[in-house]
Design a protein around this ligand. Structure first.
Ligand code: AP5
Ligand code: ZN
Length: 215
């Protein structure tokens, strides 16, 4: 199964991706996590993208498309995968289509901008795995520590309110047009919009429900 999780920054894509991976046994491909890992490891790619990511603008389509093509050619993607944070622009979606990659499900998680600004201030992340928590809405078992490894959680640099507002602007301008792109696409792609306000568990039920085969 090939799935795209669509939604604004902070809509809960990373949070729900964990449940989809567990339920369907497909790998999560988060371009944001891949880029953050490159920065952490000090690679050439990391050096190139750091300033753009910290500012909350988008990394160039060429870089992202090359990164994703390489990733989906790996063995663990043979049975399907889950895109989180990709595609983010019409050219990225077109590149995927032109490469012959057919998508079974596009699930949009829709959340109001003001709710997102509230959420982002409380987000904490485990840098090694990308696992995501919220100090109030989805707290780790031990404060400040990852549930699985016990390692420290961090706050992302682009979670400052001003940068979050910029990222929301970028989303509305460059990524939101993908909703129409996928609604119109011919073939087997099923599009579902899930209302993303509510508890993490409620939304999990709706997202997993959207991915169940039609009876
Ligand atoms: P990326 O890492 O993809 O960030 P994003 O899309 O901006 O999304 P986030 O990770 O911020 O949010 P999320 O939807 O995963 O929400 P989460 O589950 O964490 O991209 C970062 C940057 O990389 C971009 O700005 C760009 O520079 C670059 N980049 C990446 N991909 C790119 C691409 N394809 N093209 C170009 N550039 C690219 O949840 C947020 C918080 O809310 C958490 O604290 C969570 O615990 C909490 N929460 C979740 N659900 C709920 C709920 N139901 N109720 C209350 N709180 C909740
Ligand atoms: Zn994320």
């Amino acid at each position: 199964m090939r799935v795209i999780l669509l939604g604004a920054p902070g809509a809960g894509k990373g949070t729900q991706a964990q449940f989809i991976m567990e339920e369907f046994g497909i790998p999560q491909i988060s371009t944001g996590d891949m880029l953050r890992a490159a920065i952490k490891n000090g690679t050439e790619l990391g050096k190139k993208v750091k300033a753009v990511m910290d500012s909350g603008s988008l990394v160039s389509d060429d870089i992202i498309i090359a990164l994703v093509k390489e990733r989906i050619a790996e063995a663990d993607c043979a049975g399907g995968f889950l895109f989180d944070g990709f595609p983010r622009t019409i050219p990225q979606a077109e590149a995927l289509r032109d490469a012959g990659v057919e998508i079974d499900h596009v699930v949009e998680i829709a959340v109001e901008d003001e709710e997102i600004v509230q959420r982002m201030g409380g987000r904490r992340v485990h840098p090694g795995s990308g696992r995501t928590y919220h100090v109030v809405y989805n707290p780790p078992k031990v404060e400040g520590k990852d549930d699985v490894t016990g390692e420290d959680l961090i706050q992302r640099k682009d979670d400052v309110e001003e940068t979050v507002r910029h990222r929301l602007g970028v989303y509305h301008e460059q990524t939101a047009p993908l909703v129409d792109f996928y609604k119109k696409i011919e073939g087997e792609t099923r599009y579902t919009c899930v209302e993303g306000a509510g508890s993490v568990d409620d939304i999990k039920g709706k997202v997993l429900g959207a991915l169940k085969p039609v009876a």
